[in-house]
Every structure is written in C-alpha cells, then in structure tokens.
Design a protein around this ligand. Structure first.
Ligand code: NDP
Length: 279
C-alpha cells in the first residue's frame, strides 16, 4: 500500500512551529500583521478569507479584514493597497482573487509592495524565484515541497513531471523542484504523448483542474503522486485531478483529496507572513 502523505498533519506541524515563533517574536516586541482584502461577496472567497483569519488567530498573527462592496472601483482598491504598503504595522497584504471583472487583477497584483507580497504573485517575487534570490514563493507549490521533504521523499536527481503551467501552481512548482535539484519536465494541454511523459516521473505533480483525469495508465510503478486539483462531484464529495482509487495501488506515496495539498496552502501563507517580518 502507498504511503499516504498527510497534509492535515504536516500543515498542523508547520502552524504549531509558527505559533511558537510568533510567541517568541511577541515577547521580543515584534508583532506580525496580515491585511486581507475581499471585494464583493463570492461565497467561495468568503470561506477562504474566513479560513485565513482563523489560521492567523491560531498562530497569533494579527489580521486586518477589509470586506469591500462589489461596487468598489479599481482606484479605491489601489488607494487602499497604497495605504497598506506604507503602514509599518502591516507585514503582509493579500487581495482575495478573483476580483470583480471591472478591476484589472494584474494591476492589483503589481500594486502590492513586493516586501508585503505574501501570496508570491508579484512579478518581482516570481523573478526572484526564477533566479534563485530570496523572495515570497506562491503558497501551494511551496507547501508541496514541504509535504515531500517532511515525508522523507528525496527530490534531488529525481525525474519530476509537473502537469499544468499556471502562474500560481505549475510554473512556480517546476522552478521549486528545479531549485531542489530535480530533473523537471512541464506538461500542458498542448503536450504530445502525455501518458508516456507522466510515466517517466519519479515524482508526478498534477495541477490541471480536471477531475480524476490521471489514471494508472499515467503512473510509473512506485512513483510519488501529488494531486493539486480540488473538485466537488455530483454527490457533493471532494476529489482531485487524480483517480485516487485507480492510482494508489501503483504508487509509493500519494496525497489524498481532501487532506493532502489543500491544507498546506494556508500554512505556507502563514509562513510567508512570518517571513515578511524576518525579511
Ligand atoms: P489553471 O486552469 O490555471 O491551469 C491548468 C493547467 O493545466 C494549464 O496549464 C493547462 O494547460 C493544463 N491542462 C489543462 N488540461 C490539460 C490536459 N488535458 N492535459 C495536460 N494539461 C492540461 O489551473 P490552476 O493551476 O490554478 O489549478 C489547477 C487545479 O488545482 C484546479 O483544480 C484548482 O482548483 C486546484 N488548486 C488547488 C489549490 C490548493 O490549495 N489545493 C490551489 C490552487 C489550485 P494550458 O496552459 O496549455 O492551458
């Protein structure tokens, strides 16, 4: 049976380590503060924002919540970001995406100071990752590296295949695996012979957004499989981009959905908030 990579357990370990660190910082007179901005009241975004607030409370990070109406203009949002960029008591700024259509998401991402860019989406953060300089790293791929390391899975020298090339998951994931000395292939919707390419992987990371797309035909015997996808099926049950039941018997280790990659994203966001003070 494959080793189940327990994201719930590992994310709790990380949050507990951060809690200790933040308590120490507080005792030395340093507070950590995250500002979270939500525009409109998309129910999924409200759940994410609420989970972030709860994680801040658990760790001892102060959080400022800005719940702005759907009618907020781009200029108003940019003004608020400008104000928060200047505030010495705010370490991290996060704008919950997606923003309403009348606001240019790209402009918002670029407006956040790279020093407070805890989501790691600013072009300066992405550039720093690319050339191996310090900077914030996108939370989901950073969480996957932690899952691998803390489960005792070696990356160096391994054949790593990342399926998906989005700016928030696939691309930063491939750069991080490269930084850990993996040999990395990135596949996408125009890739030919996807099955053959995936079958080469010692470590297969799947972030394509298609429920149960990856079956046992894509997986080498003994591979490590990381499933980033999250979907709700007709019975309201969660599943990933990987057909877990079909793939699990062929892996040496695999992340479940739920309880795999998902919980790591918020843990790494909290980690970035603490790092923003250290930076
Ligand atoms: P995007 O839709 O932005 O990107 C999907 C990527 O998959 C694209 O690069 C696309 O290729 C590629 N792709 C799509 N279809 C195929 C195919 N048939 N074969 C090969 N490649 C394909 O998605 P995200 O990266 O944002 O998210 C991926 C999944 O991960 C989603 O289910 C999302 O909900 C989940 N997610 C989970 C998170 C968590 O915390 N656990 C965080 C973020 C995302 P191309 O570029 O050619 O179009």
């Amino acid at each position: 049976m494959a080793q189940l990579i327990d994201g719930k357990l590992i994310s709790t370990q990380i949050k507990d380590e951060l809690k200790e660190k933040v308590a120490k910082m507080k005792a030395e007179g340093t507070e950590v503060c995250l500002a979270v901005i939500q525009v409109g009241n998309d129910p999924a975004s409200s759940v994410y924002v609420n989970n972030k607030k709860k994680a801040c409370e658990y760790i001892g990070i102060n959080s400022l919540a800005y719940e702005l109406p759907e009618s907020t203009t781009e200029e108003e949002l940019l003004d608020l970001i400008g104000e928060l960029n200047e505030r010495a008591d705010v370490n991290g700024i996060l704008v919950q995406l997606p923003v309403p259509k009348h606001i240019d998401e790209d402009k918002i991402i670029k407006a956040i100071s790279p020093k407070k860019d805890v989501d790691g989406f600013h072009p300066q953060s992405v550039g720093a990752l690319c050339i191996g300089q310090p900077g914030f790293v996108s939370c989901t791929p950073a969480g996957i590296i932690q899952l691998l390391k803390r489960s005792g899975i070696e990356i160096e020298g391994k054949e790593c295949v990342v399926v998906g090339r989005s700016n928030i998951v696939g691309k930063p994931m491939s750069l991080l695996l490269l930084r850990e000395n993996g040999t990395v292939t990135v596949a996408h919707s125009r890739t030919k012979d996807l099955k053959e390419i995936c079958k080469r992987a010692d470590i297969l990371v799947v972030a394509i957004g298609k429920p149960k797309f990856i079956t046992e035909e894509y997986v080498k015997e003994g591979a490590v499989v990381i499933d980033v996808g999250i979907h709700r099926n007709a019975d309201n049950k969660l599943c990933g981009d990987v057909d877990f039941e079909a793939v699990e018997p062929h892996c040496s280790a695999i992340t479940p959905v739920p309880g795999g990659v998902g919980p790591m994203t918020i843990a790494m966001l909290m980690n970035n908030c603490v790092e923003s003070v250290e930076m």
